[in-house]
Design a protein around this ligand. Structure first.
Ligand SMILES: Cc1cc2nc3c(=O)[nH]c(=O)nc-3n(C[C@H](O)[C@H](O)[C@H](O)COP(=O)(O)OP(=O)(O)OC[C@H]3O[C@@H](n4cnc5c(N)ncnc54)[C@H](O)[C@@H]3O)c2cc1C
Length: 509
């Protein structure tokens, strides 16, 4: 396998080698914490000493400045150290991208060196008991009192709860309905452990995250200074969104090192397990399964680094980050399941890391926005992209007597804009696309005219029962089609008929 991608810088290649060696040296120790269900503080300190927490932090604030690509490289390797990978990612996600983009110079000076040093861990706090996928529906409130803010509310499912010192939270700063509609009711804050009224409520027993604390936190009249506000009042949604692309990418990348370990394990194991007098790697089904795992591991790794490059190039890869998150976690689930199947009963034991991957994958499919939410983002943002919205109009081609996707002008172009001609355009579209409506712009493209003139004609034709309109919630006409009466009025029946050459004339009626 080519371990580096050609666009990585020499520094990124160097950290890959460095962190890989670190992981190899510390793998056994991480396993001991896993087996003892202990938070791996000494290992976290070692990660901090190596400077890995600063991989995405600019050099001027004590970091390594290796961007999203460097962060992915480190996350993917530290993910092999189980709890360490989770803590590393969440600590960076709890402020790095948000402060870099929205923090003041003072805030950058105050927080970024702390993130880089890893002396204090961070937690990202979006989710609440009543606000999960609908992350804008926060109930935790922040009310301004003098120069301070007073926080009340709860956050839940917070990774690193308790062990973290910094909590990056989003709170409601307005109940104004108009602001709420524009997502202008949320503000971002940093809250430090130790503030009076700030407490840990619960630690969740989970399907995975065996030695990673995840829980509820409570704010009871917690007072913080205005200098802990990140970004403008009411700009929290944008701060959250800015952080989320990075979060989804890094959270997903954490699986890719584990995929490598599982592939190594499968080759090792199946060359040594004998059934029916053959090593199991000789069974075609086992080979297929391993090939499928390798394919998924490679595809997800490539896609993650593609997305990281976009981030490093200053793009907003909303769709790509969602895809990276979705495929990494779905592939992690598939790889976990397939690996267990190949390993047989041994795969179901905790002695081998396959069952662990499956459990973590299920968490991955839910955290940082469920995969259903990712699909919603992928669909909605792609639907707006010009790239996917080039015209695909079918037009009737008289030479071949069939509809063909064409960029040619409509035969109605230049006709006068009358009720009769507009009806002809719409009826002709039935001949070409019998099951589809036309948009008003399709009609306009075919015959010309102004939008308002066409709207009036549509309304008139509708009143006469010659066309049907489909309207949006505001009552605006968004689609039109001819009624059967409209079709009869526009052209004789023969206009719509079409038979293949082989069809017997005697059978026509
Ligand atoms: C182990 C773990 C760690 C976590 N770490 C953190 C953390 O550090 N910080 C943090 O803030 N949060 C964290 N979370 C919370 C996580 O981000 C949420 O659990 C997640 O966003 C889903 O919210 P929910 O659990 O309330 O599910 P819900 O939002 O109640 O969703 C329930 C179901 O409804 C579906 N659904 C909801 N809305 C839609 C829709 N519009 N369209 C289609 N389907 C929909 C969902 O896909 C899901 O299947 C963590 C969660 C877990 C389990």
């Amino acid at each position: 396998m080519s371990e580096h991608f050609f666009w990585w810088t020499n520094e990124q290649k160097a950290i890959y080698k460095d962190v890989r060696e670190f992981v190899e040296e510390n793998y056994e120790e991480a396993e001991e914490y896993f087996w003892n269900t202990k938070f791996p503080w000494p290992l976290v300190k070692k990660v901090a000493e190596k400077g890995y927490f600063g991989v995405g932090v600019p050099k001027e604030f004590g970091g390594l400045e290796l961007g999203a690509t460097g962060s992915c490289i480190v996350a993917a390797q530290l993910g092999r150290l189980y709890a360490v990978g989770h803590v590393f990612t969440v600590s960076m996600l709890a402020g790095l991208e948000q402060i870099l983009r929205f923090g003041t110079d003072e805030q950058k000076q105050a927080w970024l060196p702390k993130i880089a040093s890893g002396e204090e861990l961070g937690a990202l706090c979006i989710t609440e008991p009543f606000a999960g996928s609908d992350a804008a529906n926060v109930f935790t409130s922040a009310i301004k009192e003098g120069d301070d803010w007073v926080l009340n509310g709860k956050k839940r499912f917070i990774t690193g709860a308790g062990v973290s010192d910094r909590y990056f939270i989003y709170a409601k700063t307005s109940d104004d309905k108009a602001l709420r509609k524009q997502y202008g009711h949320i503000t971002a804050f940093m809250v430090e452990k130790g503030r009076p009224g700030f407490s840990l409520e619960k630690i969740n027993p989970l399907i995975g995250f065996d030695n990673v604390p995840n829980g509820y936190i409570d704010f009871d009249h917690v007072r913080i200074p205005d200098s802990n506000r990140i970004g403008a009042v009411g700009n929290g949604w944008n701060v959250m969104m800015a952080g989320l692309n990075f979060e989804r990418l890094i959270g997903a990348a954490v699986f890719s090192g584990q995929f490598e370990d599982v592939i190594n394990l499968l080759f090792h194991f199946t060359k040594r397990r004998v059934q029916f007098n053959r090593t199991t790697n000789q069974f075609p089904g086992v080979q297929d399964g391993i090939a499928e795992i390798i394919t998924k591991a490679k595809v997800s790794r490539l896609y993650s680094y593609h997305c990281a490059k976009l981030l490093d190039d200053g793009k907003e890869p909303m769709v790509e980050a969602s895809i990276a998150k979705m495929i990494n976690t779905e592939y992690a689930r598939d790889i976990g399941l397939k690996a267990i199947q190949i390993l047989g009963g041994d795969g179901l034991t905790k002695f081998l890391p396959a069952e662990r991957l499956l459990r973590e994958a299920k968490i991955g499919e839910i955290v940082a926005g469920t995969n259903e939410v990712q699909k919603m983002i992928i669909y909605r943002f792609s639907a707006m992209l010009p790239f996917y919205n080039t015209s695909m109009r079918l037009r009737w081609n008289d030479d071949v007597n069939a509809p063909i996707i064409s960029k040619k002008e409509s035969k109605f172009k230049g006709f006068s804009i009358t009720d009769e001609n507009v009806l002809k355009v719409i009826a002709h579209d039935y001949k070409v696309n019998p099951g589809l409506y036309m948009t008003p712009d399709d009609v306009r493209e075919d015959i010309g005219g102004s939008r308002s003139d066409l709207r009036k004609i549509f309304e008139e034709l509708e009143t006469q029962g010659l066309i049907v309109t489909h309207r949006d919630r505001a009552g605006k006409i968004v689609l039109v089609k001819a009624t059967y009466t409209g079709l009869q009025n526009a052209f004789p029946k023969v206009y719509y008929q079409w038979f293949p050459d082989w069809y017997n004339n005697a059978d026509k009626f």
